[in-house]
Design a protein around this ligand. Structure first.
Ligand SMILES: NC(=O)c1ccc[n+]([C@@H]2O[C@H](COP(=O)([O-])OP(=O)(O)OC[C@H]3O[C@@H](n4cnc5c(N)ncnc54)[C@H](OP(=O)(O)O)[C@@H]3O)[C@@H](O)[C@H]2O)c1
Length: 329
């Protein structure tokens, strides 16, 4: 009898451990291998003769990597960014290497609040076949802080860039996509911060939650005609994150974009890199209150360090300029 109870307990424990390890393993294999291999749209699925991919924030970071990859796939590209010089250099590089047509538009999306600016932007897309829109441009406040301490200007800029620009670009492009009678694609850059509490970068993470929710919703609206997908990465090595080190959690923009290309047409939002996906699983096991407290502590430290560094720099500058002043007799 005692032996049977032991076997029963072992059987139950073994069963639970088995279920707890096998189910996540199957889900992982499904998500990382089967879904991209058998259920995603190929990059060429959206292309017709002369089709364009429009990319915002195209001159640097993730936007530049998307631009180059779409050009490599034979798409013409319409690149938009605020700085003329890197935009023009990218145009020349792509035309030379990939022999596709490149249209460039110098545009500071923060200035789009001005009357008539969006009509002006819409006019630039007249007569072009918009197959792909990459809503990439976005910003995070340079200094983490509690909500009351944020500059109103920064709040405004983040909402304008991360939400309003994305909505307006999408609103301009969808009618053009529906006219094509061909499958089209909209890519939105959300962030891992969209899924968990993010004290001290609360506005940024909330704008990214909006992006994810919006992509899920309109992906359902235009199913079969327009694939809409939001990506929710953790760390990509760009000017925004200032990450330089090589680490398994930090991708180059090029590798990140390669992962993104595996998931077109599969769902409304996804974290395309397998290690970031594991980070999502780990994070979702932590109660959100504890997670929030940890992020708050960490971001408070980042803020303190930033302010101290800034003060030290200013002190040094002041000392240097005092030394340079000619001594009065
Ligand atoms: N990097 C990450 O780890 C990460 C993670 C999650 C989500 N994301 C999201 O991915 C997107 C791209 O991020 P990133 O890291 O590649 O950023 P980035 O390195 O800052 O590059 C963004 C590009 O957009 C341009 N830009 C910025 N403000 C603009 C404006 N007002 N008008 C026009 N162009 C403007 C930038 O130009 P300047 O060089 O002149 O600033 C730059 O060329 C963002 O939406 C971001 O929130 C990034």
């Amino acid at each position: 009898m005692v032996k049977n109870v032991g076997a029963l307990v072992l059987g139950i424990v073994g069963g639970i451990v088995g279920v707890l390890t096998i189910i996540p393993a199957i889900l992982f294999i499904w998500r990382v291998i089967i879904k991209p291999k058998f259920f995603s749209q190929k990059p060429q699925a959206y292309k017709k003769e002369g089709s364009y991919a429009i990319i915002t924030g195209a001159a640097g970071g993730i936007g530049k990597a998307f631009t180059i990859r779409f050009a490599k796939e034979g798409y013409n590209v319409f690149i938009m960014d605020r700085a003329a010089e890197p935009l023009h250099a990218l145009k020349q590089e792509i035309e030379e290497k990939y022999k596709v047509t490149v249209k460039e538009s110098v545009c500071d999306f923060i200035q789009t609040d001005k009357e008539g600016k969006w009509d002006e932007i819409a006019k630039q897309f007249e007569g072009i076949d918009v197959a792909v829109l990459v809503n990439n441009v976005g910003m995070v406040q340079y200094l983490p802080g509690e909500f009351h301490s944020l500059e109103l200007r920064d709040i405004n800029f983040m909402v304008t860039l991360n939400i309003r620009t994305l909505l307006m670009m999408t609103h301009i492009c969808i009618p053009k996509m529906l006219e094509r009678n061909h499958r089209s694609l909209i890519i939105n850059m959300s962030s891992s911060t969209s899924g968990y509490p993010h004290p001290m970068i609360q506005v940024y993470s909330s704008t990214k939650a909006f992006v994810r929710q919006f992509a899920d919703s309109i992906n359902a609206e235009y199913q079969g005609k327009i694939d809409v997908i939001a990506y929710t990465p953790w760390y990509v090595k760009t000017d925004m994150t200032k990450i330089r080190e090589n680490a398994i959690y930090a991708l180059t923009p090029e590798s990140f974009v390669n992962y993104c290309f595996n998931y077109f047409g599969t769902c409304g939002h996804i974290n395309p890199y397998w290690f970031h996906y594991l980070m999502d699983i780990g994070t979702s096991c932590i109660p959100s209150k504890i997670w929030g407290q940890q992020v708050y502590k960490q971001q408070s430290f980042v803020r303190k360090r930033f302010i101290m560094r800034k003060e030290a720099e200013e002190k040094k500058k002041a000392e240097e300029s005092n030394e340079e002043k000619p001594k009065q007799n």
